[in-house]
Design a binder for this molecule. Structure first.
Ligand code: DLL
Length: 417
């Protein structure tokens, strides 16, 4: 079924979008040439730049009169990318979200509170309609106003919270500060996505909020949330909604497709299989993951992707050394007293690249003893040097003093221009 859908999708894109016809012609390919899974490798990749260059509607496969919704995603630079959904696309999207939510143990009757913004971001409306489709009571609170969120959880008996993990942690902290008892709260499950959720952060939110946190993944270009989600058995992997997405993992340097059973880390390439408004063939996500087809204890037979911890484009090159923010997170997760709130600043004011870590310390290690704070600072710097093979300037900041984010957290600031 997956392959038949893929063939239909290729034909749909080729017939209706000049961009794909030109790309196919350039490599001497026609949709009829895609007869086996091996043949898929001949289809040229699509990159984000294609969506930018054809901004806003150039890759749409149907007239605008058949598009019932637009969403957009803004990167750090340039124009946003715009995607359009037909009525059928919205239905299929809802199905994907329903699958993802069911995997996370959400059932009809759950009261689901939305902490994503309702706007061009796919997170808000996408997940909203999926939860309604499943028969949940949707509470469209939206982003921001953290104390109001907590009041609504208490008053409305919310059982599931949709948020980025960093905002969920903030809701948790604010609740603790105002004396809210998370253990007695009705909240049972967190549906987190939109950004990486490192294992330590997940464990911390689970123990402090007394909930089960599940991670779900997606991206605007191929639909939005609903590409994959965590079940309750496989806590580091997310089941891909395979009837809607054809996945490949490639080596980001050679662009070779890695063997399906290799379980090696590489860049995820996705082809959505039922997208009429804006079909996308072999989209290079830039997200690094590995995929396993091994059976899952939950009984589902779909392939599972490992949690996405980093992207090919968030790698920093500092004095020739490659550094991923996720490596810093991993080091911090081994140091008691280091909070998950941090910021990395890169500059080269002196002519030499410098990496500075601004780390918020947890209240239990925060003291006015200079010697103790300096000892802690050195410990962090030494551990980082050991793992990154690079000197990092560490600055400690007081508990609660670093910026909190309502949406996706911004942890890296590269001032090198
Ligand atoms: O973030 C879609 C989404 C919304 C997914 C809400 C889940 C929940 P974009 O704004 O286009 O779309 O950003 C997509 O965010 O390529 C990943 O790098 C990252 N990302 C999204 N979900 C996860 C996740 C939405 N669960 C980009 N873990 C993707 C790690 C994630 N990274």
């Amino acid at each position: 079924m997956q392959f038949a859908r893929l063939q239909e999708q290729v034909a749909w894109a080729w017939e209706r979008v000049p961009f794909y016809r030109e790309r196919f012609a350039a490599v001497g390919l026609e949709p009829g040439d895609i007869k086996t899974r091996e043949d898929v490798r001949h289809i040229p990749f699509t990159e984000k730049s294609a969506l930018r260059e054809h901004y806003p509607y150039g890759l749409f496969a149907v007239p605008l009169s058949q598009i019932v919704r637009l969403h957009a995603s803004s990167g750090t630079t340039g124009k946003p990318i715009v995607v359009g959904y037909t009525k059928e696309d919205i239905e299929e999207w809802r199905y994907c979200i329903m699958s993802m939510m069911q995997m996370a143990g959400v059932v009809p009757g759950d009261r689901v509170q939305m902490a994503f913004g309702y706007g061009m971001f796919t997170g808000g409306f996408g997940l909203h309609y999926g939860a309604e489709g499943l028969g949940c009571t949707m509470i469209p609170a939206g982003a921001g106003n953290t104390e109001r969120h907590i009041m609504m959880i208490e008053d409305y008996g919310t059982t599931a919270l949709i948020a980025t993990p960093s905002y969920a942690l903030h809701i948790c902290e604010v609740g603790e500060r105002i004396g809210y008892d998370w253990e007695k709260s009705s909240l049972r499950v967190g549906l987190f996505g939109g950004e990486p959720c490192p294992p330590k952060l997940k464990a911390e939110i689970e123990s402090r909020m007394h909930i089960i946190c599940t991670d779900n993944y997606g991206l605007t270009e191929v639909m939005g949330p609903g590409v994959s989600g965590e079940c309750l058995s496989s806590r580091n992997h997310q089941h891909i909604v395979e009837d809607h997405f054809y996945w490949e993992v490639i080596d980001p340097d050679t662009l070779e497709v890695l063997p399906e059973d290799s379980e090696c880390e590489g860049e995820l390439v996705l082809t959505p299989l039922a997208k009429k408004g804006i079909p996308i063939l072999r989209y290079r996500t830039r997200d690094l993951t590995s995929v396993t087809c091994a059976p899952c204890a939950c009984g589902r037979t779909t392939a599972r992707m490992e949690k996405v911890r980093h992207r090919t484009d968030d790698m920093l090159i500092i004095r020739g050394t490659n550094v991923y923010p996720s490596q810093v997170e991993d080091v911090l997760s081994t140091i008691p007293g280091a909070s998950p709130h941090y910021r990395l600043v890169v500059d080269n004011e002196t002519g030499l690249d410098r990496l500075t870590l601004m780390l918020e310390v947890q209240p239990q290690v925060f003291t006015d003893s200079f010697a103790e704070m300096e000892g802690f600072r050195r410990l962090v710097a030494d551990k980082l040097r050991g793992v990154l093979q690079l000197g990092v300037e560490v600055r400690l900041v007081e508990p609660g003093s670093s910026e909190r984010f309502m949406g996706k957290a911004k942890r890296v600031e590269d001032r090198r221009g």
